[in-house]
Each structure stands twice: as structure tokens, then as C-alpha cells.
Design a protein around this ligand. Structure first.
Ligand code: PAF
Length: 281
């Protein structure tokens, strides 16, 4: 496995591979890697000749400076993990290497980035699109892999490649969960022992909610999820919505769309966790 800090070195290597018609898979990350990331890398390694992972904590997607400062960083541990996961190249650029000058691009995703995460973290998805479009430009992969835990991000990145005519296939991989059901996230590392224990109540409630779709209408079910999670003193729901999986529009009744996703953000003390679940009939 080779590690590159500079895009010119990575691109030189990639040019040689392109000449050999190698199929390239790409997994962009912000590090603090866990089994969720490893599942993306394994999928890429099984689908492609070469797998590239980037580790870059992107300042442009943090609307809260403290959140950026506190974001977990374990670069040496990450690189060791990647060695056994099927990764061929790791790209670990500095902020200057990615943002050689200020990125002022504003993307128009219609309503996709105005709801849920986009509403509560204004500018977040524009920053994600800035960095992912730059990384796509540098790496130029055939396929890129994203976790379904960040469902709205996946939908927006699919939109971004469509708008920019970028010929990269975007694949979403299933959420990987801890034994107690909590969706794996780098942010789980920031939870205290008690917070961590209580956080599994989020997925536990979502799983129960899935069994209630024949008994409750959409509004009743949304209220039930919010009230149930808020009854746990460690947890406070920021939003819970049930949306269609393409336009991310709230649904009002179960029959309206075929593929519905319940998306939630919950504050656990100062830490914000997100999760989602399919509510297909
Ligand atoms: O999902 C993430 O880890 C980040 O948003 C991404 C896609 C690597 C962009 O910084």
C-alpha cells in the first residue's frame, strides 16, 4: 500500500494505471476509520483493480468551528487499518494541497440541501460538494463508494455528478451497526460511556417504528419516534422526517412513494448523531 501526501505524486501513479486500463474504485473519508469505512473499502476492492482511499478532514463542510477542532484524527492508526483492508493507495493531502485557493463555488441542488441535515447545518453540503468534486477531479475513479448512513449526502453526491457531468458511478453501501444497533460513526468515539450506552436507543426505536407502519399513519409514527427517543434523558431529537429516497420530500401517507426513508438527527450532549431506516411497505 502506498501513501501519497501530494496530488501530483498520486496522479503520476494513476496515469500509469490508466494506461493499463485498470478499473479504479475510490472511497473518500475523513479518517477515524471504523468497520463502516472498511466495508466500503472491501466492496471497492472486490469490484475494482485498484482501491484508493482519501483521508482529509474537510474544513469547508463544518459550519461549527468547535466541531472541526474536536473531530477525531488518528492518521497512523487509520493507515495501519487500511493495510489489511484491501486498499492500494491512500491519499492524505493537507488543506493547502486541496484548497490551493479559496473555493467560492456555490452548488445548486434545488431543495435537496435545504432539508434535514442541510437545514440544520447550513452550508455543509456545499462544502461536501466542493471537496468531493475536487477529489473526483484528482483521483478520476470509475466508481466511488459512500455509506448509506449519510443518506442525504449520497443523494446529493449523485445529483452533483449528474449536474457536473462527471462520469463516475456512485454506489451506496449498507449502514454498518455496532452489536447493540448503533450506526457506526467516527463521532461515536466522542461519546461518554453513559452517552454511548444510551445512544443505541436511537436505532432500537427506529427498528420498532418499522413494525408500526401498518398501525400508525405517517404523522402518528413521526410523533411516536420523536416522543419515544426524547423520553430518554440522554437524547434530544433535532429532526425526524420520512422522505422519498430520490427528491427527499416529506411524505404524508405511506402510499405516496414506494421507497421511503426515515432520517433522524439526535443530540447526545454536545454530540450529534444521525441514522436512517427504510420504511418500505
Ligand atoms: O462522509 C464523509 O466522511 C465526508 O463527508 C466526505 C464524503 C469524505 C467528504 O469530506
Amino acid at each position: 500500500m502506498k501513501v501519497f501526501d501530494y496530488k501530483a505524486d498520486l496522479q503520476k501513479e494513476l496515469r500509469d494505471l490508466a494506461q493499463k486500463n485498470k478499473k479504479i474504485g475510490f472511497v473518500p473519508t475523513m479518517g477515524a476509520l471504523h468497520e463502516g469505512h472498511i466495508s466500503l473499502i472491501k466492496k471497492s476492492a472486490s469490484d475494482n483493480d485498484i482501491t484508493i482511499v482519501s483521508i482529509f478532514v474537510n474544513p469547508n463542510q463544518f459550519n461549527d468551528k468547535k466541531d472541526l477542532e474536536n473531530y477525531p484524527r488518528f492518521i497512523d492508526k487509520d493507515i495501519n487499518l487500511l493495510k489489511n483492508a484491501g486498499c492500494d493507495f491512500v491519499f492524505t493531502p493537507s488543506v493547502k494541497e486541496i484548497y490551493t485557493e479559496e473555493d467560492n463555488r456555490i452548488f445548486d441542488f434545488g431543495d435537496l440541501d435545504k432539508v434535514m441535515e442541510g437545514k440544520h447545518r447550513v452550508g455543509h453540503f456545499n462544502g461536501v460538494a466542493q471537496v468531493v468534486s475536487k477529489l473526483f477531479n484528482i483521483v478520476n475513479p470509475d466508481v466511488a463508494y459512500f455509506g448509506r448512513k449519510d443518506f442525504q449526502q449520497y443523494v446529493i453526491i449523485k445529483k452533483m455528478v449528474e449536474i457536473l457531468n462527471i462520469p463516475i458511478k456512485i454506489i451506496a453501501c449498507p449502514i454498518v451497526r455496532e452489536k447493540d444497533g448503533l450506526a457506526m460513526s467516527s463521532r461515536n468515539l466522542l461519546l461518554s460511556k453513559d452517552q454511548r450506552k444510551n445512544s443505541s436507543f436511537i436505532s432500537e426505536t427506529l427498528f420498532k417504528a418499522r413494525n408500526l407502519i401498518n398501525k400508525l399513519n405517517v404523522k402518528e409514527l413521526k410523533d411516536w419516534v420523536v416522543d419515544t427517543i426524547n423520553s430518554n434523558p440522554f437524547l434530544e431529537v433535532e429532526y425526524f422526517d420520512i422522505v422519498d429516497d430520490v427528491e427527499l420530500k416529506s411524505i404524508n401517507n405511506w402510499q405516496e412513494q414506494n421507497n421511503n426513508v426515515g432520517c433522524i438527527a439526535v443530540k447526545v450532549g454536545k454530540i450529534r448523531l444521525i441514522d436512517n431506516i427504510n420504511f418500505n411497505l
